[in-house]
Ligand binder design. Sequence first.
Ligand SMILES: *[C@@H]1O[C@H](CO)[C@@H](O)[C@H](O)[C@H]1NC(C)=O
Length: 188
Amino acid sequence: MQFTKLISLLAAAVVATAENTVTFVSQDSFDRTVIFTSNPNYAKLPDTVVPASKNVTVPFPQGWQGNWYAVKKGEPNIPGMLGEVAFNGWNGITYFDVSAIVNPNDKDNVKQMWPADEEEPVSGCVLFPCNFAYYLPDDVQTRATLDTNLFCSLGSRDGSTIDRRSFDFDSSPTFPRDFVVGKWSKKN
Ligand SMILES: *[C@@H]1O[C@H](CO)[C@@H](O)[C@H](O)[C@H]1NC(C)=O
């Protein structure tokens, strides 16, 4: 049923040349480096510095799949909370989520992801842990959008509870993590 909803969205969409981007939104006073890991056979992306309180937009190749984590300046490079994306994935839809699978203790770097031009869906947490991130492989938390411009917040504005969105009305469908790691063809 989720798929039906998405397919009808897709059919209604104006087909445009997709420019894929993620805009990293620093919400605090820490400079960070965003470190990308591409899935096998996808282009490697350079580390990107996101200065305190600044937004930095990174372009992604068509169909890119992979993830990133962020490290504060001066801190060791340890994989952390992940932002994950499969741009232009199954049926042309872009899949994304925030995942604590690798390092649930990294609570102050990657926070939330959302599409640039829509109110929802949102993945991730203002304060970790919450029910909108991946903790276990069989959680179902991947989000889908036709928007190919995403946002990813880093840190918290007051170190407290400011957020990008409320989840209260986010009724968008969720998908298994396979969709964000490019395994949809094996499941469908
Ligand atoms: C960064 O992007 C966010 C989300 O769209 C926006 O609210 C904020 O004003 C932007 N900040 C800067 C410094 O451009």
